[in-house]
Design a protein around this ligand. Structure first.
Ligand code: NAX
Length: 347
């Protein structure tokens, strides 16, 4: 039998591929895109049998750099890229899109206030939301990565009101992945053993990484048993203090070390997010920024990170979890920040 990579490259395999999905990536000449596009081309998000009609959006000033990215993608010769197009007009590139990954946004500059950043990005997401409203499909799915991700996602869905709110999600999977690694390292286990770690709220330093429902699986004599994370780690000071702060501040720590913001890990998390949304989580909990219906006392309409399970492009919030007072306060604080962001964005 041929190896998987050999099979993948055969003409027989190519003839069995699914009809192309239209996938658009904005901010396509940026650093996250540079890591994300090869993963997309290798089928890590939508499956190795899914052809992709790839559309890349950038601002006019970045079209030269984008041309270079397109040349490199052509030189990768990914069989899954059925077609590659690019440009600067969202009304052209969003037309009939099945999936749009929003990486493009206005970066925070030195001395810029958060409110100003929100205003500038809201303008971008208003323009793109209006374009999407005109040319998108009722089934177009959107993942917003550009910061402030939750509030950009809210602005986008507000201005693309023809598309159901459930189709808009924001990335908090990077925070989940960061938290899971920290727990696994502390417990001296592989990340695959860790489950049900939750990120609540905003993709910002008010996010709440919550391990109260988390489990660590161990294999003893061919039997897999799970223990609560709190029991296995047995250090509530660390879990309620340094662990939370480290996850909240991880983005800043990467910038300090690399002099650039997280890109490889953000791209990988975006691919995880899309894969799980599209192909399903098989009961596993993952964290996604989704529109709140008031679950856990969060104001309805906010894009808030919740624990969800996914199946075939639908997500369902895990409900009725018991929250202790510590968790309730943290969830309230991050929801309050999102209410303020919504006010600043839409005012
Ligand atoms: P880069 O600055 O490298 O790339 C952003 C690209 O977006 C640029 O090439 C720029 O020309 C383009 N752009 C700006 N306005 C645009 C518009 N109106 N239409 C299309 N493209 C536009 O940033 P990168 O490191 O790739 O990060 C992208 C975004 O992800 C940033 O907003 C960043 O803050 C955010 N992040 C979000 C994370 C998350 O977990 N949600 C984590 C990583 C990252 O910080």
């Amino acid at each position: 039998m041929a190896s998987p990579s050999k099979r993948f490259r055969t003409i027989e395999h190519h003839l069995r591929l699914k009809d192309p999905m239209v996938v658009c990536v904005t901010g396509a000449a940026g650093q996250i895109a540079y890591s994300l596009l090869p993963m997309l081309g290798r089928g890590l998000a939508l499956g190795t049998d899914q052809l992709i009609d790839l559309r890349l959006l950038e601002i006019p000033q970045a079209q030269g750099a984008l041309e270079g990215v397109v040349m490199e993608l052509q030189d990768c010769a990914y069989p899954l890229f059925y077609k590659i197009s690019y440009g600067s007009d969202p009304a052209v590139l969003f037309k009939d899109a099945d999936l749009i990954i929003f990486l493009g946004g206005f970066p925070r500059k030195a001395g810029m206030e958060r409110k100003e950043l929100i205003g500038k990005n809201c303008q971008i997401f208003k323009t793109q939301g209006e374009a999407l409203n005109l040319v998108g499909k009722p089934t177009t799915k959107c993942l917003v990565v550009a910061n402030p991700a939750n509030t950009n996602c809210l602005a986008l869905s507000t201005f693309a009101s023809r598309i159901p709110k459930e189709n808009f999600t924001a990335l908090t999977r990077l925070d989940q992945n960061r938290a899971v690694w920290q727990i696994a390292a502390r417990a001296k286990m592989n990340v695959a053993h860790i489950s049900r770690v939750i990120i609540w709220g905003n993709h910002s330093s008010t996010q709440y990484p919550d391990v109260n429902h988390g489990q660590i699986a161990t294999k003893v004599d061919e039997t897999i048993t799970s223990k609560p994370i709190r029991e296995k780690i047995a250090d509530n000071n660390w879990l309620n203090g340094k662990f939370i702060a480290d996850v909240q501040q991880r983005g800043a720590a990467v910038i300090k070390a690399r002099k650039l913001s997280s890109a490889m890990s953000a791209a990988s998390a975006a691919i995880d997010h899309v894969r799980d949304w599209c192909l399903g989580t098989n009961g596993r909990w993952v964290s996604m920024g989704v529109v709140s219906d008031g679950a856990y006392g969060v104001p309805p309409g906010l894009v808030f990170s919740y624990p969800v399970v996914c199946e075939n492009w639908t997500w369902t919030i895990i409900r009725d979890l018991t929250l202790d007072q510590f968790s309730q306060e943290k969830i309230c604080a991050t929801a309050r920040e999102l209410v303020e962001e919504r006010r600043d964005a839409l005012s």
